[in-house]
Design a binder for this molecule. Structure first.
Ligand SMILES: [Fe+2]
Ligand SMILES: [Fe+2]
Length: 214
């Protein structure tokens, strides 16, 4: 079978296209149907709807960051197998991005206005991690997914009791993130040294506080 090898320019252009469509809020096509499909949410009170929208906007921005991190890592991965693995994981995160975008629309809300900024920062972070080594890059995935899984567990507590649709989305994402972390660990990801995990937590806390409102 004929396989087309992408030139550096082809890759750069594909990267720019992916960045623009992700960060500027183009609707992402999920491969799997949303776990919220068919769940009735018509009885949500207005304050609950607004709170759920804030939380799902945070999750949507988290998924924009995931796309950017994986893309940044893949762009400079040394090993072709690692690169392919990172792009495959990014494809799975596209489901999450699509589901969060759909849920935000159902909640009559919109993605964060600052997504282009978060995308750029996360892409750079992913590229820097991958420049160190593939093991560090995969370790970065392990730590990110560990923190995201814990964060999604908190959201299952914080989401309004009546919003079963958002809960279904978050619960499935949590399960998927745990698997992503496991795969990165099995592929050779190492534990990141302090203070990196703490710095990552601070950065994501800032993102969460901002994206909840804007
Ligand atoms: Fe995700
Ligand atoms: Fe993930």
């Amino acid at each position: 079978m004929f396989t087309r090898h992408l030139s550096p320019l082809d890759r750069a252009l594909a990267e720019v296209e992916r960045a623009l469509s992700t960060a500027l809020g183009a609707t992402q096509q999920a491969n799997r149907p949303s776990p919220a499909t068919g769940i009735d949410d018509t009885n949500l009170a207005e304050t609950d709807r607004r709170h759920a929208a804030g939380l799902m906007r945070v999750n949507h921005t988290g998924e924009v960051c995931a796309q950017a991190l994986y893309s940044g890592q893949a762009a400079v991965a040394r090993n072709e197998h690692t690169r392919e693995q990172l792009l495959a994981a990014a494809a799975e995160e596209t489901d999450h991005l699509g589901w969060c975008g759909e849920r935000l629309a159902e909640l009559d809300s919109r993605p964060s206005l600052l997504n282009p900024l978060w995308y750029a920062g996360s892409f750079a972070l992913g590229a820097v991690a991958a420049l160190v080594s593939d093991k560090v890059s995969l370790g970065f995935v392990v730590e990110t997914e560990r923190q995201v899984e814990a964060h999604l567990g908190e959201h299952l507590e914080k989401l309004p009791a009546g919003d079963a649709a958002s809960r279904a989305v978050v619960a499935q994402m949590k399960e998927d993130e745990a698997r992503h972390g496991r795969h990165a660990r099995e592929a050779g990801g190492i534990d990141l040294p302090p203070p990196i995990p703490t710095l990552m937590r601070h950065a994501s806390n800032l993102m969460k506080a901002v994206a909840y409102r804007f």
